[in-house]
Design a protein around this ligand. Structure first.
Ligand code: 4AD
Length: 553
């Protein structure tokens, strides 16, 4: 009878030629039994009562165990072989199927009228004509003999129906979400009872794939699954922007900026573009982003206000839509490190003019956005309960806000009752605004908690002609004030704040060469959007939000 050798420390379970000998033993008795069922198994082990190792015949009990193990190995290998066979069969069938599909060629019928290239926003004007639409596969449904593609081109959506060879072809069977395609065909209104975007459907007669997006692990849906961690979604912002919600907010954003510019044009304000790289601060040193400007210290602008003020004598009332930068330590839902700041400055006005201008600005802008045929329906979708604000807004003095907060048991930052001079922090401000539930013009803040440039009230020099516009669900969306226009008073304020007077010469000159009472404000675009579109955070209202710890992509 033949012999087979096992060394449970140094052997190898391999049935290739040469294994199972004294020189090249197997690793396990089970494998030895599987590979040579008839042979006698010898195990390499310590010889009893000695230091020596040698091959000894396997004991009866160990042999029984080895045979059981051998059965297991046999079954496992048979299973593996069967699976491999099935897989090979499947691959062969797939290849056959694809070869058959390859025989189906998608060709354009040259006898059809030339297709008119249109954007999806122009669907309704192009019914019953042959059109070519181009875009991204937003949704895809493959059924037997028919395929439905929801196409997106940024201006709208359409459902295209592919039937016959168009549906069967390999190109369609292998199509993926987010691939780009050109589809030609005729758009028709859907009969009653059927539904698709815009109530229409494109019956495709031809289509081409322009860029095929990956399938499998790399597929679009695997890259940024909807309910993933917010930071993962932000890493994939370039892809998540394609989603219906984020893109809707960006469309409302565009409409809002258009509406604001329309309002400013109606009010006779001129648009200017102040610099972003500056050497003076506006809103306190703690939020300045410092930069090295050819060896000199400079900052990214916190606000264009001071520059707007210098435009008044040259251009009259002005505004800008400019990025502002704040090195905010606070990690809140309404703070960004970079935001789009809409600021304006008005000459020869009184505080009351500023307040009514702000009311008009907000109500008119909201009206224009709601009237916009793209943005209006999107706001309904994002914020179904949205009620446009009505004028006049509630005007509330800071001192009365403190009384309101104390009466409602809302404490200050130290957990105590509010007293004159306390800042009304975000949480308290939110509670008050949400409880009152309407826009509030919070006015007349104390000098010490507001910026150096604010005009003091004539009837009470402890407070300023200042205003914050507060909206339910967001809190402060706008901050503004009348500006100190007396030269000496402004110089004193700059000194009080320990700012470098010399670097403000261009700003203080405004009070020297023809001063005038004037005022202005800044609106946070993302905050207005969070209010309009009912978003939890301003991060959802910025294209590529920047905040503490995030400056990419
Ligand atoms: O109240 P702020 O700091 O006022 C100014 O900068 C003035 N110089 C503006 C002016 O009078 N021209 O900022 C104005 C608005 C705030 O009400 C808020 O909406 C927004 O800018 N804002 C921010 N938005 C997002 N992230 C931040 N970190 C913001 N800081 C201010």
């Amino acid at each position: 009878m033949s012999k087979v050798y096992v060394n449970e420390k140094a052997g190898t379970d391999d049935s290739a030629a040469g294994f199972g000998t004294e020189e090249k033993p197997f690793l396990t008795p089970a494998y030895a039994s599987y590979s040579s069922p008839e042979a006698t198994i010898y195990l390499y082990k310590q010889v009893e009562e000695s230091e020596e190792f040698a091959y000894v015949e396997i004991s009866a009990s160990a042999l029984k165990k080895a045979k059981k193990g051998a059965d297991g190995i046999k079954k496992k290998l048979e299973k593996q072989a069967k699976a491999a066979e099935e897989q090979a069969k499947k691959a062969e069938e797939q290849a056959k199927k694809l070869a058959e599909l390859d025989l189906i060629k998608i060709v354009e019928d040259e006898k059809l009228p030339a297709a008119k290239k249109i954007k999806l926003r122009a669907i309704q004007e192009n019914l019953e004509t042959r059109v070519a639409v181009q875009g991204w596969v937003h949704r895809l449904r493959l059924q037997k003999g028919v395929a439905f593609i929801t196409l997106r081109d940024g201006t709208g959506f359409i459902q295209a129906v592919l039937s016959g060879d168009l549906a069967k072809a390999r190109q369609t069977q292998e199509l993926t979400i987010e691939s780009t395609v050109v589809i030609k065909g005729v758009i028709s209104k859907l009969p009653e009872g059927k539904s698709a975007p815009g109530g229409v459907e494109l019956k495709a007669d031809y289509y081409e794939v322009v860029g095929l997006a990956p399938s499998g692990d790399e597929s679009f849906t695997n890259k940024a699954p909807e309910n993933s961690d917010p930071s993962l979604l932000l890493d994939q912002r370039h892809l998540t922007l394609r989603g219906e919600t984020l893109s809707a907010v960006m469309k409302v954003r565009a409409s809002l900026l258009r509406a604001i510019r329309r309002f400013f044009a109606e009010e006779g304000l001129l648009e200017v573009t102040p610099p972003c790289m500056v050497q003076t601060q506006v809103e306190g040193g703690s939020t300045l982003f410092k930069m090295d400007y050819y060896g000199e210290e400079a900052y990214l602008t916190q606000s264009s206000q001071l520059y707007l003020e210098t435009c008044l004598p040259a251009l009259g009332d002005v505004y800008c839509v400019q990025e502002s930068f704040r090195a905010e330590k606070s990690h809140t839902r309404r703070h960004l490190s970079e935001y789009t700041h809409i600021e304006s400055e008005l000459a020869f006005i009184e505080f009351d003019d500023l307040l009514s201008h702000l009311e008009r600005l907000i109500t008119k802008t909201v009206q224009y956005v709601l009237e916009d045929e793209v943005a209006g329906p999107l706001i309904k979708q994002l914020n179904p309960d949205f009620q446009p604000p009505k004028t006049p807004f509630l005007r509330m003095e800071y001192i009365h806000a403190l009384e309101w907060l104390n009466e409602h048991g809302i404490p200050n930052e130290e957990g105590e009752k509010f007293k004159f001079g306390d800042d009304i922090a975000e949480a308290a401000e939110r509670k008050m605004t949400d409880t009152i539930g309407t826009p509030i013009l919070l006015i007349r803040f104390p000098v010490e908690i507001k910026s150096f440039y604010m005009q003091k009230c004539k009837d009470d020099p402890r407070v300023t002609e200042s205003v914050d516009v507060l909206m339910p669900n967001v809190g402060e969306i706008t901050g503004g004030s009348m500006r100190t226009y007396d030269y000496d008073e402004l110089i004193a304020a700059i000194k009080r704040e320990k700012l470098d007077l010399d670097s403000y010469y261009w700003f203080t000159d405004q009070r020297k060469y023809g001063t005038c009472p004037h005022g202005g404000y800044g609106l946070g675009t993302e905050r207005i959007l969070a209010w309009l579109c009912d978003r939890f955070t301003v991060r959802d209202c910025s294209l590529y939000p920047r905040f503490t710890g995030r400056c990419k992509p």
